[in-house]
Design a protein around this ligand. Sequence first.
Ligand code: UD1
Length: 355
Amino acid sequence: MTKILTIVGARPQFVKAAALSRELRKHPSIQELIVHTGQHFEKNMSDIFFEEMEIPKPHYNLEINSLSHGAMTGRMLEEIEKVILKEKPDWVLVYGDTNSTIAGALAAKKLHVKVAHVEAGLRSFNIQMPEEVNRILTDRISDVLFCPTQTAVKNLHNEGFKNIDADIVLSGDVMQDAALFYASKLHEKELQTSDFQDNFILCTLHRAENTDDKNRLSQIVEALNEIHHTIKPVVLPLHPRTKKKLDEHNLKLEVNTVNPLGYFDMINLIQKCDLVMTDSGGLQKEAFFFKKHCVTLRDQTEWVELLENGFNTLAGADKTLIIQSVSDMLNKISDFDKDLYGKGKATQRIAEYFL
Ligand code: UD1
């Protein structure tokens, strides 16, 4: 029996865990226990994903949130250590690049428990981003690195990982597995967004680099308002961080904002929209999975293959460039039939590693 302790805490991790947990449960020789750090805690940021994606109820909920980076990561480290000592897992499995990721990996490593990192090797090469710090440190102490793309493998090789005693596995991206599986269930679901008509742009915005910097945030808000009034209506599910910062900076979004949505409603909107605008990592790929172009509101992206193939473009937080990029991308026609992320086989490859 292989005992895996999975650490999740933030919204994109629930999506990834939903897909991989489903696959792990097919194997009687694997036992998975889930720890929710509590980083995301509101019903529509957390519980809704567990319910509608049928993720097993977490065995532990640590309820740690709304603290500074140091306090949040420190408290998580302390509490995850207690769970590891009690459960004695063979592996601790972490996802992505959040504070919950680094806390889980570090707690495990100090107790000599092996660390598995799903979505390893990604780099934005912007060390100012908390996510970049979390990724680099988590990768360095992982025993197996499941890379979503060939570029991620190359990044690790460039950093000298050939000389480090860790397995590097090109698994593909578990988010594509999730997208394919849950899209096939969409027709069974009652949706909040079922009456949304076509002909809109879907936008999300939450990165610290955009929301915490008043100048960047106001440029983006001005661009979105202008696009909404003059090009096409914009629908924006509003992340709690962004809501707080808009109020703090006294900025007014004139687009159609809605509360954060569950996974099925998001898939529904991606399928219906004409274009995606986002600073999220996950949504850039989900746009591609559902054959939509994307304008990324960042200066770099970890998903460079989307740029190289012309599915995505970087517009940063520059009002003129954002508006121009939206016009260009709305008129673009692309062939989306490319295998960039493993075509939905990532969870199977990862589960097989633990057999
Ligand atoms: C975190 C991750 C980011 C990931 C994102 C997905 C880090 C450093 N960042 O960013 O990589 O892309 O999650 O959404 O781990 N809040 C609520 N209700 C909630 C959740 C958050 O009010 O349910 C508030 C928090 O109290 C905080 C703010 O939103 O004030 C930001 O939350 P936090 O978890 O620190 O970072 P995110 O911006 O969500």
